[in-house]
Design a protein around this ligand. Structure first.
Ligand SMILES: [Zn+2]
Length: 237
């Protein structure tokens, strides 16, 4: 079955200098997570800071741009993360494959299991007004933030919402059903790095993200690299 992600974009609610894009879709990954996690009382607990672990082909060259991620995963009431750390690493490796043409790579510098209820947040989002409180909770000054929440029930909600440079608080917020879709995570990171949608279905920034939406053009790579320098220099390693 072709996985298809539809698109919804806000226009008038935000300042001209900032833009939020969204990627709405149907169809889930079908994955289920069975790895448990210890439950704390402070919402965010047990964060880990793994050593960067790049696979062959991800080794840094003289022009490689490396960006650090804070990868947040909500825990459900049973203590199961939306996406566990090992699976998160796998997804980021897929993201790195997609960004290889740009000589840009990412690594999870901090994996954060979080109990949303302890932070005044809902496990699943039911209103877009929850996006900024979520981002505010996890925003980082020196890491790009990817937040994986439970599934959403808001009728207008997309699968993922990501701020573009200039909007604060910043961060990519994804619902559980797309957490293991590397193309969608890469697409959202593209918005984070100042990429707009393009009409080519095979492009990673196609508003409808297929499994075959994988291309980043030379011009898009220029934008991504410039954004890393201009907007996210503190996230570089
Ligand atoms: Zn998008």
């Amino acid at each position: 079955m072709t996985k298809q992600i539809n698109f919804l974009m806000t226009t008038s609610l935000l300042l001209a200098a900032s833009m939020t894009t969204a990627c709405q879709g149907s169809g889930g990954s079908g994955d289920s997570r069975i790895v448990g996690a210890a439950i704390g009382t402070d919402g965010v607990h047990g964060t880990s800071t793994p050593t960067p672990d790049f696979i062959e082909g991800e080794a840094a060259g003289p022009n490689t741009i490396t960006l650090a991620l804070r990868y947040v995963s909500y825990l459900n009431s049973a203590g199961t993360p939306v996406i566990d750390e090992a699976t998160s690493q796998k997804i980021v490796r897929r993201v790195n494959e997609l960004y290889a043409p740009c000589d840009v790579r990412f690594f999870i510098e901090e994996y954060v299991p979080a109990i949303p209820g302890d932070l005044g947040l809902a496990y699943g989002m039911s209103s877009m007004s929850e996006l900024d409180p979520i981002r505010s909770q996890f925003e980082s000054q020196d890491r790009l933030v990817v937040i994986n929440t439970g599934n959403w029930s808001a009728p207008e909600s997309a699968n993922a919402w990501t701020t573009m440079p200039g909007y604060s608080p910043s961060g990519a917020v994804l619902e559980a059903q797309v957490a293991t879709n590397g193309e969608i995570v890469a697409h959202e990171i593209g918005h984070y790095l100042n990429l707009d949608h393009v009409s080519t279905a095979t492009n990673l920034l196609s508003p409808i993200v297929y499994k075959t939406s994988t291309v980043l053009t030379a011009r898009q790579c220029e934008i991504v690299r410039q954004s890393a320098v201009d907007s996210w220099s503190a996230m570089r390693r």
